[in-house]
Design a protein around this ligand. Structure first.
Ligand SMILES: *Cc1c(COP(=O)(O)O)cnc(C)c1O
Length: 421
């Protein structure tokens, strides 16, 4: 039998760190990563046959759970018809129509292949449309790995020695301004766009403070800057119309990814018609992609979106609520200080007594080291949380009450073990 240790060793010989995205190497929690052999709904099974209740769910790209039968069938049928053409296809139009119909205020959208491409292209568009250079982002928000956005990022970037990356020139970030999350920053007329995660989900889970998003809208309007919501996580997860609908604040531009690909590589960026019409071939802002609007990915994305009606979100909310309440009492009951923030279907987990409202307070919690111990104790008990303290939990529609209850039981045991040590 192939083991996780063996695959990790072989992987490290030919792939930097043995992984194709840094967080997967378990650097911040220690140990050997499990190599997934297959996923089934709320569970993943590793190459050694160990089964885990999975709260990673591809960092939110999976919302129905793994290998949902309707998605499998749609992708199989699409593959049989050819997987990429370099010509437009019907499903691209259908997916774009579906996205535009759901997000209040979004009039046009372009499909790309990842969240990184979505934010990167939308930033270029914002600069091209406004003729301005400065972009404003918030500390602890992650927008993918485009150079200009790789400053004070959350997610596994937060584990780097500095939050910047080597190889990003000072020129590439010279026009990026970083502000603390949950405070409306001062803006001037050089600002092209303010990009924000409307619910921060890459420094753990940090909800927007009351008035923060509306404050950004007003501040952008006052100086003629564009506002972009990076809804790569929140889009089509917080509800039918994502964060825009939930908080009643509409930006000028949106970035999407994760959920809309149904587990295949898709991103999208959209906005008001007058802004989007600045894109090539209509306008002067260039953007393109060989696999953009890919037939397999659009098949998966459309299938997932069709399952996501108001009723599905209500069920997901119920699952997340049961999980958050259960974790709060299990961990708190064992005598550990814990915060379990929740925004609808999104759940966070911070150890420590103080509320987390921004990147500074998120780091205080992460640096207690308790997450690492908790992660390991949960993994031993067959529950897979994200292997880093700056990620959220992603319950899916496939998580049953039994899955959640098993998780809560494991959490009580894990927390008791940690409290005793
Ligand atoms: C995951 C993520 C991205 C980047 O998406 P990729 O598909 O990994 O390139 C961008 N923004 C947010 C908020 C994300 O969570």
């Amino acid at each position: 039998m192939t083991t996780n240790d063996e695959l990790f060793a072989r992987g490290q010989a030919v792939i930097p760190g043995g992984v194709n995205s840094p967080v997967r190497a378990f650097g911040s929690v220690g140990g050997t990563p499990y190599f997934v052999a297959r996923g089934e709904g709320a569970h993943v099974v590793d190459v050694e046959g160990r089964r885990y209740v999975d709260y990673v769910q591809s960092y939110g790209a999976s919302i129905l759970g793994h290998a949902h039968p309707a998605v499998v069938a749609a992708v199989q049928a699409a593959a049989a018809e050819g997987s990429t053409f370099g010509a437009p296809t019907e499903r691209e139009v259908l997916l774009a129509e579906e996205l535009v119909a759901r997000v209040p205020g979004m009039e046009m959208v372009r499909l790309v292949s990842s969240g990184t491409e979505a934010t990167m292209s939308a930033i270029r568009l914002a600069r091209g449309a406004t003729g301005r250079r400065t972009i404003v982002k918030f500390a602890g928000n992650y927008h993918g790995h485009a150079d200009a956005l790789l400053v004070a990022g959350g997610s596994s970037v937060a584990e780097q020695a500095t939050s910047d990356s080597a190889g990003v020139t000072s020129g590439a970030v010279a026009d990026t301004v970083v502000a603390p999350y949950n405070e409306v920053p001062p803006l001037d007329e050089d600002v092209a766009v303010v990009i924000v995660e409307p619910v921060a989900a890459n420094m753990g889970l940090v909800p927007p403070a009351d008035g923060f998003l509306q404050g950004l809208r007003d501040a952008c309007d006052a100086v003629g800057a564009l506002l972009m919501f990076d809804e790569v996580i929140t889009g089509f997860r917080l509800g039918v119309g994502g964060a825009t609908e939930r908080f009643g604040v509409a930006p000028d531009l949106w970035a999407f990814g994760k959920v809309i690909g149904g587990g295949l590589p898709v991103g999208a960026f959209g906005g008001r018609r007058d802004v989007m019409e600045r894109l090539a071939p209509l306008g002067p802002v260039y953007q393109a992609g060989t696999l953009s609007g890919n037939p397999l990915a659009t098949a998966a994305g459309l299938t997932v979106l069709r399952e996501l009606d108001a009723d599905a979100y209500e069920r997901l909310d119920g699952i997340a609520g049961r999980l958050a309440d259960g974790l709060t009492s299990a961990i708190g009951g064992a005598g550990l200080d814990v915060q379990v923030p929740r925004v609808g279907p999104l759940v966070g987990l911070f150890f420590g007594a103080d509320p987390v409202t921004d990147f500074v307070t998120a780091k205080v919690s992460a640096e207690t080291g308790t997450y690492r111990r908790f992660f390991r104790a949960m993994l031993d008990r067959g529950v897979a949380l994200a292997p880093g303290p700056y990620e959220a939990l992603f319950p899916s529609l496939a998580h049953t009450d039994e899955d959640v209850d098993r998780t809560v039981t494991a959490a009580a045991e894990a927390a008791t073990e940690i409290a005793r040590a």
